[in-house]
Ligand binder design. Sequence first.
Ligand code: URA
Ligand code: CA
Length: 441
Amino acid sequence: MTMLEVIEKKKLGQELSPEEIRFFACAAAEKSVPDYQLSALLMAIRLNGMTDAETTELTLAMRDTGDVADLSSIPGIKVDKHSTGGVGDTTTLVLAPLVAACGAPVAKMSGRGLGHTGGTLDKMESIPGMRIDLTVEELLRQVREIGVAVVGQTGHLAPADKTLYALRDVTSTVDSIPLIVSSILSKKLAAGSDAIVLDVKTGSGALMHSLEDSIRLARKMVNVGNLAGKPTVALISGMDQPLGTHVGNALEVKEAIDILSGRAGGDLKEVSLTLGGYMLVLAEKAKTWEEGVRMLEEALESGAGLRKLREMIQAQGGEPAVCDDTGRLPQAPVRKTVCCGRDGYVREMDTVALGLAARALGAGRLRMEDQIDYSVGFVLMVRIGDRVQPGTPLCEIHARTEADAVRAEEAVREAIRWSDTPCERGKNFYAVVTRDGVTRL
Ligand code: URA
Ligand code: CA
């Protein structure tokens, strides 16, 4: 078999055989064929698509190019959660301790920021001393002992995705459903959990902007996850504005702690509890997601969730006192409140622009080797649908310098769109996708 024959077949829109798909995944992992041929096949897949059988085969083949974590020494059903990425999306830090406090083990491997989106690992590293590079043995021991760990990828997982992801980024082939599904699920399957809850974002800040595309992506992920033997459920959630009010690494940790302390509510809390409710169902700790949400609310009110976060921080070498005093997190030297200059309603937010504004302040990387400033970002004080008047605070910017704060103010002002008449509030959830089909909410 040659790579040229495989490219030719997909160019003509034909279905690839399992052998051809495995050949491609191995070639990507071993870099045994040139990038231009891998890229040509990626574009043929982007243009001509893949059947569910092909996508499943590609996912499994990519998984099998590296290690598969063995979590079987942790008792119970391990449920993973994955978000397709967004801004102000700190659900992991809220739901992992709550779900663990309800008795379901969570061994979660998270990622770093990408483009306009933040990453859980970067947020966690804003906690002084926190380690995210646990060995597999340390991860297993920690989850057996306290029920929860959130870490970077351990071991050598799905190396084919490393090659393909980097090529997709620079060949305009990121937005392909079979390529997204195989990229995300090959890593999730290699991470070793027994079941998966997917948070597929839709809206201006999401990978897929339209609801119909988001549902198509979710259906395919749910089909492939279940075909791979892992019960998988997807929720379609809104990313038309940052999910939480806080954007930036230490600021997002603060919001998670405020929620777990009962001081803050809002959309981040609601989305975290709902995703967590589905995790408890898949972990067989709750019969329905509503029952799961009630269990999580109890863990929140009793303080059990915050205690679990404190244990996790302590176990991973971080300073647990941040849970009692978020002032111990890194603080930016400059704070600037941005106020509204007009009457009206918030109609839209350019969520990508807001994520990029946080990155420009120093909260994300422009190059792989860039050092993040954990303290910077902003706190949004309005949401879509809110009524404003001249002088209503819109946002508080946390910056390194006055000049950075001025640039961020301009970006934030440009990212918010106004209306003179009342507008609808964004929805948190649009649909649930299970192996039985799609339920619109
Ligand atoms: N995240 C991934 O890991 N892969 C994709 O293709 C898209 C988002
Ligand atoms: Ca993420």
